[in-house]
Write a protein that binds this ligand. Structure first.
Ligand code: MN
Length: 228
């Protein structure tokens, strides 16, 4: 069947520094992957296993665009995160082989309707409306893994209106990239185009219309957006 009843919605395509675009498939997000952020949210890190939530690929907004303040919230929060982009298929991959399926890295913002997420937590309901909404995954251009070198020592930071709100080292992550990929690959068959948002350090907080956000990780393409 080649005819469709409506035009196929285009897949978001992330720019790759100096190369072709990266079409997005799924977005897996890691919860509580920095101990200081878990603490500020009133939790401890679960050292038994990482946990995940997801965002639709259609939640992607390209860095550099303005983000319209989303509906049904009075508490939109920034969560600055390392994005790991996958470039190969894998199931049950070992930690030792996990980096083989990494295509590259980028800066991402896991934008969160914190009031809706908090209400969902209280009622033991899913987080979807707090996490997976239009423009909730802001992604900057990707840097191929081969050009990134060892990323553990890189600093991740977010400034709002020029004032630093979040700052950490990627090596502060509780679950490493190989650990996350190996674990996810036991839950899902991973595919090229899948993105992993690897969790946020401490310092999350609200943004309002007019705020200018600038996220950086080492010398990866920075992420900039204005809330409108
Ligand atoms: Mn997050």
């Amino acid at each position: 069947m080649t005819n469709t009843v409506f035009p196929i919605r285009p897949t978001p395509i992330i720019d790759v520094a100096g190369d072709k675009g990266f079409p997005v498939s799924r977005i897996f997000c890691v919860g509580r992957n920095y101990a200081d952020h878990a603490a500020e949210m009133g939790h401890e890190v679960d050292r038994e296993a990482p946990f995940y939530f997801t965002k639709s690929a259609h939640a992607v907004m390209h860095a550099g665009q303005d983000m319209p303040y989303p509906p049904r919230t009075q508490d939109l929060h920034h969560e600055m995160e390392l994005v790991v982009a996958l470039g190969a298929t894998a199931t049950n991959i070992s930690q030792e082989r996990a980096m083989d399926i990494v295509f590259g890295y980028g800066c991402g913002l896991d934008m969160t309707r914190r009031d809706l997420q908090a209400a969902a937590k209280q009622k033991r309901r899913p987080w979807d409306t707090g996490k997976d909404f239009d423009n909730a995954a802001i992604i900057a251009p990707l840097t191929p893994k081969a050009d990134a070198g060892d990323i553990g020592a890189l600093e991740i930071a977010l400034a709002v209106n020029g004032e630093t709100r979040q700052r950490a080292k990627l090596s502060d992550m509780v679950w490493s990239i190989p650990e996350i990929i190996a674990d996810l690959s036991q839950l899902y068959t991973l595919h090229p185009g899948d993105l992993i948002m690897t969790g946020t350090p401490a310092g999350v907080g609200p943004v309002v219309r007019g705020d200018v956000l600038r996220g950086t990780i080492g010398d990866f393409a920075p992420l900039e957006t204005t809330i409108i």
